[in-house]
Design a protein around this ligand. Sequence first.
Ligand SMILES: C[S@@+](CC[C@H](N)C(=O)[O-])C[C@H]1O[C@@H](n2cnc3c(N)ncnc32)[C@H](O)[C@@H]1O
Length: 244
Amino acid sequence: MASVSDHYQAHLAPVYLWMAGGFEAALARGESEIDTILPDLAPGWTGVDLGAGFGMHAIPLGRRGCSTIALDTSAHLLEELRRRAERLPVRAIEGDLLSFPRYLDSKADVILCMGDTLTHLPDRQSVESLFSLTSDGLRPGGRFIMTFRDYTSALEGPRRFIPVRSDDDRILTCFLEYAADHVDVHDVLHEREGPQWKLRVSSYRKLRLSPEWVSAALEEKGLAVRREPGLAGMVRIVATKTGE
Ligand SMILES: C[S@@+](CC[C@H](N)C(=O)[O-])C[C@H]1O[C@@H](n2cnc3c(N)ncnc32)[C@H](O)[C@@H]1O
């Protein structure tokens, strides 16, 4: 089983933009999601994007004048982000998302953790630590917004094989293997090499987090929680820092 960062480095990052349907299409989804979740976003805000990837949400934040810290452990995806963000106020940092407070000079207006990044954390204690850090890092009224997949109901038999994307030269299929508190994700990649197909498989672990558990853990840290449907079947949770 690879670590999350090794899995991205060796397997997923080089095909990530292809998997997401290409940069422009993915960015358009990010732009639209930012408009939906932050209709009041104003220039001068401070934002953090945890597990920012190639910038699907960090770039829209920057385009709206929000000074954004974009953290990720994938050097490959951050390089894409830097290249695409050009002169936007987006600072791409290679590092673990739990280290974000060290890069914040003031309380944040918004902290994002989008696209199932939350489930990549190694255990529930790390998730709870992240919630403490986000609660401390937000200004009163500031929002911590996350989207993630609910893996609590186990798929069975052939339904555990998920076709992710395919074209004439590449096929990505995901196979899910369920354990009590996590799911082992096997990313099965076929790539055409001349007349032949080459198979590469890499596996990593995601947490099975229920929306109820996540909501309760956030409330315990002093955040008011709203839950709604996110993109592509994900759960979206908007947690607002209460108090003066
Ligand atoms: C499924 S992708 C989501 C990317 C982006 N947020 C989006 O919505 O397109 C998860 C991202 O989180 C990053 N990641 C996973 N665990 C991380 C960690 N502990 N610290 C920083 N980044 C992490 C991965 O490198 C990857 O870019």
